[in-house]
Design a protein around this ligand. Structure first.
Ligand code: ZN
Ligand code: ZN
Ligand code: ZN
Length: 731
């Protein structure tokens, strides 16, 4: 017989109120009460004021910085570690010590400092010219002081001949314990040298003795023989969303280097390689994209809610990564993203498994697909190396890759394409002065699928016609993604061998193949001679707002403390900046030479000129009218000039809830009425199954009566011209 009072029996007692759980519960309650009593007045005030703010996370935000919060955080982390069968000594990346990024050769290096299971801190090291000088260093994010100290020792042994590395300051990206818990211990470790522990002004970073605001240039360590400030600058960029005071740090070399880096972005938990952080403290909003599909032109935009807040942080980082954008010179592969966690493979795996809105494969180009697939493969390979070999880092990743693999950036890209579409439409129909066409055909519209142009006919196969698809075994067994673009290449090599093409022609064809990779196989374009539908107006405005307006603070007090724009109640009052829009579109790759970037910029300038003039007229500021082009204009002005949708007078605080707000402008004043265009629902979907490389296995190889699908067609009872497709047939 077993003893009913043994501890073992209690533990297996299914009853919830067994004495042991009860004692634990009471202890937890006492602990809670104790913390409450200590900070009770603040807590009570915050709790009562909570409904006035949009954010509901007050209790968590209040409890989190306390020791109980830290304990809970680390307990959850330990559980996750156990679930993945990892112990503390075996992180994902045991060979990070060997690696260093040369920012300025011989002078500035960046090392990764893996901590815990998947956290990444960084060490920025400045090496003096004199052999006797001190090596100064800055640590970004110290969650585990022991791991950081140990790695600094090994780094000095391996790279700097055991010279002592003096840590002078710690930059914390945000308050979460996995990024800050080691601050105090590291301070004790480097007592004689460590001067500053820096963090956001509204962030409760432990031991913080130097608060930072948005846009602040951070003072870097310097002594007689070694001045870090001479080579690099680090700017704090506020990215409210993951936490309200989150900061990203942008490192820019000040001297010309051969290291091929324009900027390093230390993004903390805002941007990861292949994804974005959880917007814990942004405004609450669920299922935004589903809601966005039901919104109309008059709906208010909630740009600081959840996912939108994160997208704005992404855009902010793109805008701020270089201080002065020099267009063709700076390219996206010179911007390096250094995230706060090594989540790459998990985030990429999620993209395969969750068919969410940002991952609608059908809308993306083969280039995106290839990049995600290959990076996923590379990541898994590096994480599963033989254990005696050690694991390698995946994370630091150039922006050029992130634009393809990161759903947040891809979402921005989609919005950018929509904005450009609407810009062109505005320019074609309503602009007072037209921008001359440098090259025929506006961006994105009527571009014939370029992969078609050099596809060779294969006369030996039974040919398909539009009505009759003759498919043979070769068509069915065609492994699409590995060969579709390879066949083009083979054909080109064949032609070169036979001297059928000249060098320049071959080069042009090669370029076409690269372009074809970037073309989505299913494209969308607005129905010609119609205006965007009401929902498309909403989405276009959302695009203008997310790409072109600075992220605002999540509360009024935050905006003062962090020097951020205050939250905007009425979205028509959002300020959209032209330079920001241009920078973001540029980094997303939408202003290249191929897609007539210069012309798009001219169109934007024209639009801003007209908007500034309109805004000056509104304010009866006639002197200013037409003389000065502002950089920022209100979203409401864009809404009126681009879409002809009047802005609504903001509702007063005490007005009757049933009274509809009146529009500020009269629709009859807009050229919309004269031009006779109508608002249509939706867009045309462009997919030509006879030429699509992915569908060719189902339709057969060559369309004899190709001309049949050219010429006039009627879709949705709107007549439009299909762009003539050029097919060069050498045979
Ligand atoms: Zn975090
Ligand atoms: Zn974190
Ligand atoms: Zn297809």
């Amino acid at each position: 017989m077993t003893n009913p009072f043994s501890l073992r029996e209690w533990r297996h007692n299914p009853c919830l109120m067994s004495p042991l759980t009860l004692t634990g519960f009471i202890l937890l309650c006492l602990l809670w009460l104790f913390t409450m009593i200590l900070k009770f007045p603040t807590f009570l005030l915050g709790l009562f004021l909570q409904p006035l703010t949009n954010r509901m996370g007050f209790i968590v935000e209040f409890l989190y910085p306390l020791s109980i919060g830290r304990w809970v955080h680390f307990y959850i982390m330990r559980l996750a570690m156990r679930a993945r069968r990892l112990d503390k000594s075996h992180g994902y990346h045991s060979r990070a010590i060997e690696q260093r990024l040369a920012v300025v050769e011989q002078r500035i290096y960046v090392h990764a400092l893996p901590q815990f299971m998947d956290n990444l801190g960084y060490l920025i090291v400045s090496v003096p010219t004199a052999a006797s000088g001190n090596i100064l260093a800055v640590v970004i994010d110290c969650g585990d002081a022991e791991a950081v100290t140990r790695q600094i020792y090994f780094i000095s042994e391996r790279h700097y001949r055991k010279r002592r590395i003096q840590v002078v300051s710690i930059l914390s990206t945000h308050k979460h314990h996995d990024h800050t818990a080691g601050n105090r211990a590291l301070q004790n470790q480097f007592k004689d040298t460590l001067k500053h522990i820096m963090g956001g002004a509204v962030e409760k970073v432990p031991c913080c003795n130097y608060t930072l605001v948005n846009g602040q240039i951070i003072p870097l360590p310097a002594d007689d023989s070694n001045d870090m400030n001479a080579f690099i600058e680090i700017e704090a960029v506020a990215t409210p969303g993951h936490t309200r005071g989150s900061l990203a740090y942008v490192l820019r070399p000040k001297v010309p280097t051969s290291s091929s880096m324009s900027a390093l972005l230390f993004t903390g938990d805002t941007v990861f390689s292949g994804g974005s952080g959880v917007p814990f403290e942004a405004d609450i909003d669920t299922n935004q994209e589903t809601k966005a599909n039901k919104m109309t032109a008059d709906s208010l935009l909630r740009t600081s809610a959840a996912g939108y807040a994160m997208e704005r942080c992404f855009a902010e980082l793109l805008h701020r990564c270089v201080s002065h954008l020099q267009m063709p010179r700076e390219t996206a592969d010179r911007i390096i993203v250094l995230p706060g966690h090594e989540y790459t493979t998990d985030l990429l795996a999620r993209q395969w498994s969750q068919p969410n809105d940002a991952c609608r494969w059908k809308l993306f180009s083969p280039a995106v697909f290839f990049e995600v697939a290959s990076h996923f493969y590379v990541g898994n390979h590096r994480r599963n190396l033989p254990s005696n070999n050690g694991n390698l880092l995946i994370a630091p990743s150039p922006l050029s890759r992130e634009v393809l693999i990161n759903p947040g950036l891809r979402s921005l890209l989609r919005r950018g394409v929509l904005v450009l579409n609407h810009l062109n439409q505005w320019h074609n129909h309503f602009a007072v002065r037209k921008v001359p066409e440098a090259v025929t055909g506006a961006f994105g519209v009527n571009a014939s699928p370029s992969h078609l142009r050099h596809r060779r006919s294969r006369a030996s196969n039974p040919q398909s016609t539009e009505k009759q698809w003759n498919i043979n075994g070769n068509d069915l067994s065609r492994p699409v993604f590995t060969t579709v673009y390879a066949t083009d290449l083979e054909a080109l090599m064949h032609d070169l061998e036979k001297n059928r093409v000249t060098g320049p022609v071959a080069a042009a064809r090669l370029e076409q193949m690269v372009l074809a990779l970037q073309q989505p196989n299913v494209g969308r374009r607005p129905i010609p001679s119609s205006l965007p539908s009401s929902n498309a107006v909403y989405k276009g405005l959302l695009g203008f707002a997310l790409l072109g307006s600075a992220p605002n603070a999540l509360s009024l007090s935050d905006s003062v403390a962090m020097k951020l724009p205050a939250p905007v109640k009425h979205s028509d009052a959002l300020l959209v900046s032209k330079s920001r829009l241009i920078a973001v579109l540029y980094w997303l790759g939408l202003l290249n030479e191929e897609n007539e970037g210069q012309r798009t910029i001219r169109i934007l300038e024209q639009l801003w000129w007209e908007c500034s003039k309109y805004e000056s007229l509104l304010k009866y500021d006639l002197e200013e009218a037409g003389t000065q082009v502002r950089d920022t204009i209100q979203l409401g002005t864009l809404k009126w000039l681009v879409y002809g949708v009047p802005t609504l007078r903001p509702a007063g605080l005490f007005c009757m809830p049933c009274k509809r707000p009146e529009p500020m402008q009269d629709v009859r004043d807009h050229p919309i009425v004269q031009c006779g265009l109508k608002r249509e629902q939706g867009e045309l979907v462009r997919h030509d199954m006879y030429s699509c490389p992915l569908c060719i296995g189902a339709t057969g190889q060559l369309i004899q009566n190709f001309e049949q699908i050219n010429g006039s067609m009627r879709i949705n009872s709107v007549s439009f011209e299909v762009a003539p497709l050029e097919v060069s047939r050498e045979d």
